[in-house]
Design a protein around this ligand. Structure first.
Ligand code: G6P
Length: 373
């Protein structure tokens, strides 16, 4: 039957608020970090994840759109935790480019629908180049992608109706983090204590997300300032650069405001020339090792009259002031912080679009699942 909107105005808003539940469901039954999480039901030990994970020496992630940005976050997790070289490619580019295949690659496809034509074609291209270790991180069990990959981890976001992906993205990140942990464990790089700590942090995510969702009133006030803008810049660094990219994509998709994202250290190589008081600069500011660098990037923007909107973790000592709007995020959430920082950016694009009166759930010219080239 039809999915009810309940108290929400749009499916996108409902799906944003479903994220604590979607993540809890995706983690249900995850007792320990084990390759079995990635086995399809009924898989034999030869065709299973344990065998594949022991053989591979690199990871290649293939995806489109929002799912591609989930892959970009995962690259850093996989390299940092498992010390495996990992590359991420846009599926529609990978399939047409002459790349150097390596049979000892774990090919990871990431897709909400499991039916995106370019992602499927990229998978088949990788297979045709002799790469047989294939894994789908996918939200639809019966999809072509989940069927055609040897291994699968199903996200349990539930049906996603809004064209702009939200709960599928954060559950993909959860699935990809489990993959990074599992690859680390396979390679004897995950102590029992670290495994327990990571699992604890994952299980606490739904509660942590509730605290972030409670920031909605503050984000609505930002959105009322964004509604009249025509351009916006999003900044992030490290693990949060793809989150800035995803924030810019969301704003474009549903509010039709032109937005682009930069790794903050690249500001001086071009986009600083664009900074005026007419262009809001949204910054993702976790309390991590890059914080001091990021603060000097923010100074560069302020010095040119740019207006900053900063999502700053507690403890960052970034305070609101002239030309500087701060929303205080809960405590820094370590490696999983991108999952928390994604959510206020979803809400910002949602409320900006609502203020502009666009068709939030069905933005012009876009499809939920692109099953043609
Ligand atoms: C379309 C949707 C996006 C989605 C992308 C990839 O562009 O509008 O929200 O991220 O396809 O879709 P997939 O189902 O493969 O994740």
């Amino acid at each position: 039957g039809a999915v009810e909107l309940g108290p929400y105005r749009h499916y996108m808003q409902k799906e944003i608020f479903e994220q604590p539940r979607a993540i809890a469901d995706t983690l249900e039954g995850v007792q320990a970090v084990t390759p079995a999480l990635f086995d399809k039901t009924g898989a034999s030990s030869q065709s299973g994840a344990a065998g594949a994970f022991a053989q591979i020496e690199r990871v290649l992630i293939l995806a489109c759109g929002t799912s591609y940005y989930a892959g970009c976050v995962a690259r850093d997790w996989i390299e940092a935790l498992a010390a495996l070289p990992c590359s991420v490619e846009i599926a529609s580019e990978y399939r047409y480019r002459q790349s150097v295949p390596d049979a000892r690659t774990l090919v990871v496809t990431v897709s909400q629908s499991g039916e995106t034509a370019d992602t499927l074609a990229a998978l088949r291209h990788a297979q045709s180049l002799g790469m047989a270790h294939t894994l789908a991180i996918c939200n639809v069990a019966a999809s072509a992608l989940a069927r055609e990959c040897r291994l699968a981890l199903l996200t349990r976001a539930g049906v996603e109706i809004g064209v702009a992906s939200t709960k599928a993205f954060t559950t993909q990140l959860v699935g990809l983090f489990l993959l990074a942990l599992t690859l680390a464990k396979t390679r004897a790089r995950l102590s029992a204590a670290d495994e327990a700590a990571h699992l604890k942090a994952l299980r606490h995510l739904p509660a942590a997300l509730q605290a972030v969702l409670a920031l909605e009133p503050q984000i609505i006030s930002w959105a009322s300032q964004f509604a009249s803008k025509e351009n916006a810049l999003f900044l992030g660094r490290g693990l949060h650069y793809p989150i800035a990219q995803e924030g810019a994509l969301k704003l474009k998709e549903i509010s039709y405001i032109h937005a682009e994202a930069y790794a903050a250290g690249e500001l001086k190589h071009g986009p600083l020339a664009l900074v005026t008081s007419a262009m809001p600069v949204v910054t993702v500011a976790p309390n991590d090792a890059l914080l001091e660098k990021l603060k000097s990037n923010l100074q560069e923007v302020r010095a040119r009259g740019g207006v900053l909107y900063v999502l700053a973790d507690a403890g960052t000592r970034i305070e609101s002031g002239e030309g500087l709007h701060v929303i205080r995020m809960p405590e820094h959430y370590g490696l999983l912080s991108p999952i928390l920082h994604a959510v206020p950016l979803q809400l910002l694009s949602y409320h900006t679009a609502v203020a502009r009166g666009t068709d939030v759930d069905k933005p012009r010219n876009l499809a939920k699942s692109v099953t043609v080239e």
